[in-house]
Structures are given as C-alpha cells and as structure tokens.
Ligand binder design. Structure first.
Ligand code: DHB
Ligand code: FE
Length: 257
C-alpha cells in the first residue's frame, strides 16, 4: 500500500464529506451526481474532465520547486514521436497558405543567463482553425509540429502560421459541467506548446500565449499563472512570438522527488 495514498485519500474523502454535510446534500442530489459520473465514463471523458479540472493545479504544485521558467499544462495532444529537426519552418497545410504568418523565436539560457546550446524544443500548436494535426479531422500529423535545436548562443527561430483560441470538446458531460452547470465556457486562449530538453537540465513543458488575445487569463483549463504571455510584435506582416526559456539544472528535479 502506498503511504501517499494512505495519507492523501482519507483527507480527500473527509473534505468531500464535509462539503456534502455543509450543504445538506440529499439522496436525490447524490443520485444525480452518480448518474453524471456514469455519463462521464460512458462518453470516455474521464481524461478530458480530469485534465480540465485538475491538471493546472498539479502544474502549480510542480512550479513551487522550479527556479527557472515556470511549467504549464501539457495538454492531451502532444505526439510522442521522433519529429524531424526543423531549421526554418514548421510544416503547414497548403490550404493555410493565406493564414497569418508567425515567427517563433527566442533564447534558452540557464539560471545564470548563460546560453544553452543544443537544447531541443518540441513545438506543437493548432491549425489556424483551431484543430490539432494527428488528432482532429484526419489532418496529417506532420503539420504544425516539429523540433528545433538552439544554436551556439542559445537562440532558435522557426516560422509557422498563427493558431487561434481552442475549444475543448464540449458536446459531452465535461462541456455540460463547464457551460450548463457552472456557467463557464469551454475555451482556451490561443497558445503554442513547448517541451524543452537539454543535457543536464530539468525538462520543461509549457505554453506561450498571445497578449491581448481572447480568453487570455480566462482559460477553461484554469492555467492562471500564464508566465509566457508574449506582447504583440509584427515584423514584415508576421506575428513575432519571442519566447525565452530559463532552464534549471536537472539535480533540482531529483532533489524535489
Ligand atoms: C485541451 C486541449 C489543448 O490544446 C490544451 O492545450 C489543453 C487541453 C483539452 O482538449 O482538454
Ligand atoms: Fe493545446
């Protein structure tokens, strides 16, 4: 038996029981929560619901032990594959040729500000119409995904097309919970996902957001720390996303565990 489970689960149950008592929850209400959870299971939305409700909290906890750039939620659409190293542009769909251009660039440094050369950044984001390749609508998984490696001075630069706000699947019980029962919405601000890895450094998964963009600071997934909200800069018609990462040593990862 895990000591952590023994410690955490009884407390969790006591907290839930406390809320039930405080609000004098009836048997009928208890039954309707019961039916709701069966619906979540039947719609195969257990991962979606848990991620929407709790992933940001787990990230918050992780960030208490981070010294460099803060982490953010990974989201469900990372594809764990050896994507090719990109030196100029992330592959974009031919039909997106007219979409807004974007430049993603920045520098990776360590805690002292020393550039980290050879850091690998996995980058993935939605199409200009808010879908993820390899996941939605049979869009080829090669699009809007790739890896870049930082050069001698820790810099990287890649071009792509601008993503838009993303609506999590809202036709099922998770959408009902957010929209109908809680009066919230089911949107995430437009974002770019990153997974930074470098030798001797703690891995960092996070996201960059667009300053002034819709739903920034009002994310249905509750990512409220939003460290990387990038001011609007346009260069030759392209939206520039200047995203810098400070990576801490990997030892901190071990010490925290
Ligand atoms: C979800 C989708 C995302 O693109 C993301 O970054 C986080 C969550 C989702 O569908 O739950
Ligand atoms: Fe996403």
């Amino acid at each position: 038996m895990s000591e952590r489970v023994k410690q955490i689960v009884p407390e969790l149950l006591d907290e839930i029981k406390g809320v039930l008592k405080k609000h004098k929850v009836t048997f009928a209400e208890y039954r309707s929560a019961f039916e709701y959870l069966i619906g979540v299971q039947e719609a195969k939305e257990v991962p979606l619901m848990l991620d929407a409700l709790f992933n940001a909290t787990i990230v918050e906890i992780e960030n208490e032990s981070r010294k460099g750039t803060r982490a953010d939620i990974q989201g469900p659409y990372y594809i764990d594959e050896d994507y090719p190293i990109v030196t100029d542009e992330l592959p974009s769909r031919p039909e997106d040729a007219g979409a807004q251009d974007m430049i993603i660039r920045g520098q990776v440094t360590d805690l002292d500000g020393t550039p980290v050369a050879g850091a690998m950044l996995d980058i993935w984001h939605s199409t200009p119409d808010g879908l993820y390749s390899g996941i939605h609508d049979n869009i080829d998984r090669k699009y809007y995904r790739g890896r870049v490696v930082t050069g001698e001075n820790g810099h990287y630069c890649v071009t792509s097309k601008l993503p838009v706000p993303y609506q999590i699947p809202n036709a099922g019980p998770t959408g009902d919970l957010l929209e109908k029962h809680l009066g919230r919405h089911s949107w995430r601000p437009a974002h770019i996902h990153f997974w930074a890895r470098a030798e001797g450094k703690r891995d960092l998964i996070n996201q960059a957001y667009f300053e002034g963009g819709e739903y920034v600071g009002d994310d249905c997934c509750d990512t409220d720390h939003l460290e990387l909200v990038v001011p609007e800069v346009i260069e030759d018609g392209a939206r520039v996303m200047e995203v810098n990462f400070v990576l801490e040593p990997a030892q901190a990862q071990l010490a925290a565990e």
